[in-house]
Design a protein around this ligand. Structure first.
Ligand code: NAD
Ligand code: UFG
Length: 338
């Protein structure tokens, strides 16, 4: 059985569907800090079966021990974490405690129960401002990170590598996500930000649905084809499938594998706005604003390692990402709290 920490969240819920399609047994552990039971109910509706869910925090050792005592868990996909970049600058200790301390507690309990297989959700943010794009996994990491969120991902990667050095029985895959957007094609699950969204796609969809007035495009003077920032947007269903593929190779690896999950294509903010307008047949009101602190010009993946090692590649294009993001938003204007 696979333990899915943070399995009620945006990427977690989509991953549950990929696992269920492959008949993999899983259990979800989440404190519901940034998610809801409704999301899991919707997944149950999609997969047509009940999900085993335990509400709990990864920092709670007793609760984790109880979990490992009650279920035969042989590997973990570890999504649980806080991810708001701006909040992490204002509240660094909250982020370090939740993400780093939480991961250490989880690893300790896993060790005690001799469960030594883990897939970790890292981020392209660990590359900082890359010297060369597309970014391959052997690029420099940990330099020029501008916020505690990004640093927490980098520190956890280092902790995992030290753990492996101390005990080669561990099987560890670090997945570095680029920019996940989109939603399951049913329109039943998707990204449901609590507040005003920080990320581009949820902001766009909320403008399109009339919840927000206008998108601010953070800078049009970058060294890119149209001056706006370029990112590697990846459909969340493709990303979710990457976890299934990683799970399949976990037993075979004999070092910590870091793997980019991206499409290899970079799109600018204006490219995304135009693609969204076409896919949704909605106008997106926007203005050009000043650059956002900590942002970089270009970030997109070299995804060849994922292709080689996992036999995985992203299949869905930007049009599909926009269509699916819009279906989710338009069918659920208030997210899960309809
Ligand atoms: P999300 O917030 O939707 O999901 C994270 C889940 O973890 C939530 O359900 C939350 O309630 C749970 N959680 C948080 N802290 C917990 C704790 N201490 N104990 C138990 N559960 C806890 O975020 P997501 O977009 O699905 O991201 C999943 C993972 O991928 C995160 O680790 C995130 O940092 C990482 N990641 C996300 C992105 C992105 O753009 N979405 C990019 C790179 C990496
Ligand atoms: N952008 C805008 N206006 C907005 C929001 C974003 O113009 O309202 C621009 C940004 O300047 C950037 C692009 O849209 O050029 C994408 O921004 P996002 O905030 O959606 O994504 P980032 O690439 O900044 O960062 C995201 C996550 C991080 C993660 C990183 C790499 O927020 O947590 O991807 O995985 F680390």
């Amino acid at each position: 059985m696979v333990l899915i920490t943070g399995g009620a969240g945006y990427i977690g819920t989509h991953t549950l569907i990929e696992l269920a399609k492959d008949n993999i047994d899983f259990i979800v552990y989440d404190n519901l800090y940034n998610s809801s039971k409704e999301a899991l109910k919707r997944v149950e509706q999609i997969i047509g079966k009940k999900i085993t869910f335990i509400k709990g925090d990864i920092r709670d050792i007793d609760s984790l021990k109880k979990l490992f005592n009650s279920y035969k868990i042989d590997s973990v996909i570890h999504f649980a974490g806080l991810k708001a970049v701006g909040e992490s600058v204002a509240k660094p200790l909250k982020y370090y405690d939740n993400n780093i301390n939480g991961t250490i507690k989880l690893l300790e309990v896993m060790s005690q129960f001799n469960c030594k297989k883990i897939i970790f959700s890292s981020s392209a943010t660990v590359y900082g401002d890359p010297k060369i794009v597309p970014i391959s996994e052997d690029s420099q990491v940990g330099v020029g990170l501008t916020n505690p969120y990004g640093k927490s991902k980098y520190f956890i990667e280092e902790i995992l590598k030290d753990l492996y050095s101390s005990d080669n029985e561990w099987k560890i895959v670090i997945l570095r996500y680029f920019n996940p957007i989109g939603a399951h094609e049913s329109g039943l699950i998707g990204e449901d930000p609590n507040d005003i969204p920080n990320n581009l796609m949820p902001y766009i969809t909320q403008v399109a649905v009339g919840k927000l007035d206008r998108l601010s495009i953070f800078g049009d003077d970058y060294n890119t084809h149209d001056g706006t920032g370029v990112r590697d947007y990846i459909h969340v269903v493709d990303l979710a499938n990457g976890h299934l593929k990683a799970l399949k190779i976990l037993d075979k690896i004999n070092k910590v594998e870091e793997i980019n999950l991206g499409t290899g294509k970079g799109y600018s903010v204006l490219d995304v706005v135009k693609a969204f307008e076409k896919a949704s047949e909605k106008r997106v009101n926007y203005k050009i604003a000043k650059r956002r602190e900590g942002d970089i010009a270009k970030c997109y993946a070299n995804p060849t390692k994922a292709k080689k090692l996992l036999n995985w590649e992203a299949k869905k294009d930007l049009e599909q990402m926009c269509k699916d993001s819009w279906r989710w938003q338009s069918q659920n204007p208030n997210g899960y709290s309809n």
